[in-house]
Design a protein around this ligand. Structure first.
Ligand code: NAD
Length: 292
């Protein structure tokens, strides 16, 4: 019997790649429900699965911030079950904290935290009743350690870590496995979709010059990170597959070993001072405008 997989946020990026990879499985082992907030954006996905065998994929509308749309999508599943739930939908937010509007911060938390929780809530009773299931979540380095100018995004991804780690403990008793696929930079629409104050926005001109200079340095650092260390969405899909195929999946999978030293540093010095110092050096060392 085919494994039924439901993925959120499939119009682009990691969600799209994973949907394509599973739908094109040579053994036809998966039935994929690729969900997206706006089904008008399904063309790219459809283009990518052209040529793979028929009826391995259905596209469903699902906005993770809309409870009704989650339940409606659930009702559309022909098999009446989901074996593997992939909570992938997410949005980034960068910029000096003091310019972030309450409205935008709420949106980020709404999608990343409550969206993930709501999706899990909808499929958990079924998995518990069947005493089987997988919950896979697209995690982030920003969920493991703080990153400057990413305070709200990190808060949201730290929250997701808390949800998953907590659930993993309980769900052991139901033969349900929770796994986080922890990503560093990935070449997707993430940067384009990322929320940030516009450079010409009035709010940003109100920020003190030192913060603005450091923010510029951060943006350069970000560009460099994406140029030097970014992975492709297809690489991330492979790590998802590793977790899916494992008989006893781990709670965390790290997709990018180049970033592990900083994560390890955080764990090694528990008072956090080493991490704060090293991260600051890592991000801002090229910063020219040192304060006199
Ligand atoms: P992406 O922007 O291409 O994909 C995110 C998807 O989520 C988009 O298809 C978007 O439409 C969807 N989405 C946003 N709000 C939604 C909502 N309310 N309901 C349903 N779908 C919604 O970027 P991506 O890199 O593929 O992002 C996927 C996940 O990976 C996110 O959770 C992100 O936080 C995480 N991540 C990305 C990176 C990176 O560098 N790209 C790094 C670490 C973690």
């Amino acid at each position: 019997e085919r494994l039924v997989v439901l993925i959120t946020g499939c119009s682009s990026g990691i969600g799209l790649s994973l949907a394509v990879r599973l739908a094109a499985d040579p053994r036809g082992a998966y039935k994929v429900y690729a969900t997206m907030r706006n089904v008008a954006k399904k063309e790219r996905l459809m283009e990518c699965v052209k040529g793979s065998r028929k009826d391995t994929m259905d596209v469903l509308q699902m906005d993770v911030t809309d409870q009704q749309s989650i339940l409606e999508a659930r009702d559309m599943i022909k098999e009446k079950r989901v074996d593997i739930l992939v909570c992938n939908a997410g949005v980034g937010l960068i910029g000096p904290l003091e310019v972030q509007s309450l409205e935008v911060m709420r949106q980020i938390l709404e999608v990343n935290v409550l969206g993930t929780i709501r999706t899990i809530q909808a499929f958990l009773p079924g998995m518990k009743a069947r005493r089987s299931g997988r919950v896979l979540v697209t995690g982030s380095v920003g969920g493991l350690q703080g990153l400057p100018f990413n305070e709200v995004y990190c808060a949201s991804k730290f929250a997701v870590e808390g949800v998953c780690e907590s659930l993993a403990i309980l769900l052991q008793h139901f033969n349900i496995h929770v796994s986080l696929i922890e990503c560093g930079p990935v070449n997707t629409n993430f940067l384009a979709n990322l929320r940030r104050p516009e450079p010409d926005e009035e709010t940003l001109t109100r920020v003190d010059p030192r913060t603005r200079a450091l923010y510029d340095t951060y943006l350069q650092h970000c560009d460099e990170m994406f140029q030097d260390a970014a992975q492709e969405a297809e690489d991330i899909a492979e790590v998802f597959l590793e977790a899916i195929r494992s008989q006893s999946p781990a709670l965390r999978y790290y997709t990018n070993s180049a970033l592990l030293p900083l994560t390890t540093l955080k764990l090694a010095a528990r008072d956090g001072s080493q991490y704060v110092k090293s991260m600051s050096q890592f991000v801002f060392s090229s910063h020219k405008a040192q304060e006199p």
